[in-house]
Design a protein around this ligand. Structure first.
Ligand code: SDX
Length: 430
């Protein structure tokens, strides 16, 4: 048996060698693609805990070491030295841009931020209190009704135009949803502003008076977008890949990813963390809620804790916690009690045997909401902010999937545990 195979022996003693494939870094994979055809059995892995769905060169995570790299660059270095537009170029094109490439890319994004004017009519149809994630998913999905003319997925130029439109227009859609929620007029984007500055302008400016952008707020937002930009084959990214694998319009695939992200087990957790912190209310209640989280009969979980991959710490949470300190200090906000409560909750949980045994640490969603709140962003918009950062990761993975010459439609199988074949009964016999 070569070192690059696993030997499978079935109950009848038949043997099969399964090839092993090695990546640049990280765990090897056992290629089971021919297993069913050869041995008539499926693998079984609900939730895909031990399953690699594809080959990718975009993002690498090491859950044991708390490593996150975009195209090989550690996220800590990108957070310290880069910005979201440069990181977006990196994720989409595979390497850091030259200054000329960055200038051209930045200019392209800045000049694609406006929506087709007809799209604004959608917002007249939503209830004023519609959840902004529902509006984001609906209006992004409608982009397939506006941009079908340039959507030949085999055309690299069309794949670029799609990426530019998703990256440039999602903040405008997100801000329009917020303005509907607060009953204020929609603010058009400005091409003279950076990505984060433009979002702040569209969220908080009003026609009645000038709006001054706080550089700390723009810096904090840009950092959060970098940290949320991509994360390997997470639930929403896998949803985008699966939807796109049928050849569906990529705007629809992104809309599917937005819907998957909304769940409280995924990107919806940042909103759930703030709700949880408000429910806990005071440090004196922390013990009670930690016990609730440990009680198997209680559905309550500590939102913002735990991760499928990270089993020591989420490197993003560490960076965001440090940014929390900076934002609250600079903005002199009154949210420090909330931040103090979150930090105390983290300390209590990390000393608790249950959380230690189950490797539950703060994840990306635990502290991000505290920054969003300090910037004046409503809780219902927190997952929208996550989607804005992740939009470039979804797009990069869609491009990788659709460009794969060996690509095929994603179609998992199952273990059937339903009724064996039986004959139809006339209603009188039932
Ligand atoms: C994101 O995949 C990604 O990369 C996601 C993400 C990204 O960037 O795309 O990182 C973003 O989604 C971060 C996660 C945000 N979600 C939350 O914070 C919600 C709270 N956390 C959990 O629901 C949970 O930890 C998950 C969903 C994040 C991970 O779930 P897993 O990997 O399926 O683990 P599990 O549910 O099987 O939990 C393992 C054990 C269980 O106990 P046992 O059945 O073994 O006795 O740990 C317990 C769970 O009950 N557990 C928790 C817990 N999380 C897991 N107990 C209390 N509180 C928690 N938060």
């Amino acid at each position: 048996m070569s070192q690059d195979t696993y030997r499978l022996i079935n109950p009848a003693g038949d043997e099969m060698e399964l090839p092993v494939r090695k990546g640049t870094v990280g765990p090897d994979v056992i290629d089971v693609a021919k297993l069913y055809k050869t041995k008539g059995v499926f693998t079984y892995d609900p939730g895909f805990v031990s399953t690699g769905s594809c080959e990718s060169d975009i993002t690498f995570i090491d859950g044991e070491k708390g490593v996150l790299m975009y195209r090989g660059y550690p996220v800590e270095q990108l957070a310290a030295h880069s910005n979201f537009i440069e990181v977006s170029y990196l994720l989409l094109h595979g390497d850091l841009p030259t200054s000329a490439e960055l200038e051209s890319f930045d200019d392209t994004i800045r000049t694609h931020t406006m929506l087709n004017e007809g799209m604004l009519n959608f917002f007249k149809g939503f209830r004023y209190d519609a959840h902004p994630m529902a509006m984001l998913s609906a209006v992004v999905g409608s982009m397939s009704a506006y941009y079908h003319d340039e959507m030949d997925s085999s055309n690299p130029d069309h794949r670029d135009i799609f990426a530019h439109r998703i990256l440039a227009k999602l903040p405008t859609i997100a801000a329009a949803a917020h303005k509907l929620n607060i009953g204020q007029p929609f603010m058009y984007p400005r091409n003279d502003l950076s990505y984060a500055e433009n979002l702040l302008h569209m969220l908080f400016a009003v026609p009645a008076e000038p709006y001054e952008i706080d550089p700390i707020a723009a810096e904090a937002l840009d950092l959060l977008f970098i940290l949320h930009a991509d994360h390997e084959q997470n639930c929403s990214t896998s949803t985008v890949r699966m939807a796109g694998s049928s050849g569906a319009n990529p705007y629809s695939a992104i809309a599917a990813g937005i819907s998957a992200l909304w769940g409280p087990a995924h990107g919806g957790a940042n909103e759930a963390v703030l709700t949880m912190l408000k429910e806990i209310g005071d440090v004196s209640q922390i013990g009670k809620y930690v016990e609730k989280a440990k009680d198997k009969n209680d559905p309550f979980r500590l939102m913002g804790f735990g991760h499928r991959v990270y089993k020591n710490f989420d490197p993003r949470a560490t960076i965001i916690r440090d940014m929390c300190h900076k934002v609250l200090a600079k903005l002199d906000r009154k949210d420090t009690p909330l931040f103090d409560l979150a930090q105390e909750l983290e300390q209590v949980a990390l000393k608790d045997d249950y959380f230690i045994e189950k490797n539950l640490y703060p994840n990306v969603d635990f502290y991000s909401g505290i920054i969003y709140k300090a910037l004046g962003i409503p809780t219902s918009m927190f997952t929208v902010m996550f989607a804005l950062g992740r939009s470039v990761g979804w797009t990069a993975h869609w491009r990788e999937m659709i460009s794969d010459p060996a690509g095929k439609i994603a179609r998992p199988r199952q273990l059937y545990v339903g009724a064996p074949q039986r004959d139809y009964k006339q209603i009188e016999e039932r």
